[in-house]
Design a protein around this ligand. Structure first.
Ligand SMILES: *Cc1c(COP(=O)(O)O)cnc(C)c1O
Length: 380
């Protein structure tokens, strides 16, 4: 059986966890947490990084930080994971879903402006498959209507956007706030884990407080105040240093992991492009402003029926391919609340995407087998 995913261990994880344990401090913000923060801040120029226990938590922190209140509207794609929406729903926001592009699952930047009202407070973009959204247009709208931009960069580690001035920006450095995931299905992992990136300085002090149960404990540990107490709302969003120790071992191998994943991605692309040329499937399109971090390899089938048949065919050949994201506006939780437009592109990706196995240890022989079985399905 070729599983859909297999977490990759670099070999150093247990050693670093052992060191964290021996160091005698395994709660949050220990030595390894600081090493991870420094890694991200220096490699990607993020203004301030705070590890969290998940990307979901980082998104919840973002919703608190921009002061989402009952009735505020937040625009986001429907084709995304539930956490993108839940974080804001938890604070009473009304979610306004926008469609994807026809040939790209990301939010259609040209579909956003018509959804903006005086109640709109933020645009949440999701860099699907780690490929950038059209950020110039989105930032322009945000400036025009004074909205916050939050990047759900769960899948977008080590991926970049080239803006209209030709500047190359790491994803996660563009919005006011950004959230990354280190869930075991992502490129860089810690089992469960995430990170809030703060690019707008006005949020730094409060973010530290919210992450520490609404206390100013971070300031206390830095010696900036002589006692700490309850100063704001908050929760326990920070991970144990054991998690950070694991993550740091991954970060040290980031280039190696990324190189291998890109190799696998390109191998799939080469092996499947004749099917696209024959218009039997669609392959991912990398926009000229985006890079590919090889988070995901997906193909787009003609319709739901064909997709179901393909996944079954692969399963019968012991290959674990999956689909995901039922459009959120059609979910059991949201469909009776949804009053917006038809989101046909979002529905298309919900019905037609198949994700193929992509993990560090996947061999060329296995990839070739998967390619062969897909070609066989299409009668090649
Ligand atoms: C994985 C993912 C999340 C959730 O990440 P967790 O770390 O599991 O909370 C959120 N949004 C998107 C787009 C994701 O892919």
């Amino acid at each position: 059986m070729i599983n859909f995913n297999k977490p990759y261990f670099t070999g150093k994880e247990t050693e670093y966890i052992q060191q964290a344990v021996q160091g005698g401090k395994i709660s949050g913000d220990g030595i390894y947490t600081k090493k991870c923060h420094q890694f991200f801040e220096s490699k990607y120029g993020f203004k301030k990084c705070l590890l969290t226990t998940s990307c979901t938590d980082a998104l919840e922190m973002a919703a608190i930080l921009i002061d989402i209140k009952e009735g505020d509207e937040v625009i986001m794609p429907s084709f995304t994971f539930v956490s993108t929406a839940n974080a804001f729903v938890l604070r009473g926001a009304n979610i306004v879903f926008a469609d994807s592009y026809f040939n790209n699952p990301n939010i259609d930047a040209d579909a956003i402006e018509q959804l903006i009202t005086p109640k709109t407070k933020a645009i949440v973009v999701v860099h699907y498959a780690g490929m950038a959204c059209d950020m110039d247009k989105i930032i322009e709208l945000a400036n025009k209507y004074k909205l916050f931009v939050i990047e759900d960069a769960a899948q977008a580690i080590d991926s970049f956007y080239t803006n209209k001035l030709g500047e190359i920006k790491p994803l996660g450095s563009i919005g006011h706030l950004a959230a990354f995931s280190f869930h075991e299905t992502k490129n860089i992992i810690s089992g469960e884990g995430g990170m809030l990136v703060i690019n707008d300085e006005q949020f730094i002090e409060r973010a530290e407080i919210i992450r520490e149960k609404g206390t100013n404990r971070s300031k206390f540990f830095r010696g900036e105040v002589d006692k700490y107490g309850w100063v704001d709302i908050g929760s326990s969003f920070l991970p144990s240093d054991i998690i950070a120790a694991f993550l740091y071992a991954q970060l040290e191998n980031l280039e190696n992991i990324q190189d291998r994943r890109k190799e696998i991605w390109n191998f799939y692309f080469e092996g499947l492009k004749t099917l696209e040329e024959r218009k039997l499937i669609e392959l991912p399109k990398i926009q000229n402003y985006a890079t590919n971090n090889a988070h995901m390899f997906y193909i787009v089938c003609k319709d739901l029926e064909e997709r179901t048949a393909l996944i079954t065919h692969l399963k019968n050949n012991n290959i674990g391919a999956v689909f995901h994201y039922l459009s959120l506006h059609k979910s059991p939780f949201f469909s009776n609340k949804y009053k917006g437009l038809e989101l046909t592109n979002s529905d298309k990706f919900a019905d037609c995407i198949v994700r193929l196995p992509l993990f560090f240890e996947l061999t060329k022989t296995q990839i070739q087998l998967i390619i062969n079985k897909i070609n066989e399905f299409y009668g090649n």
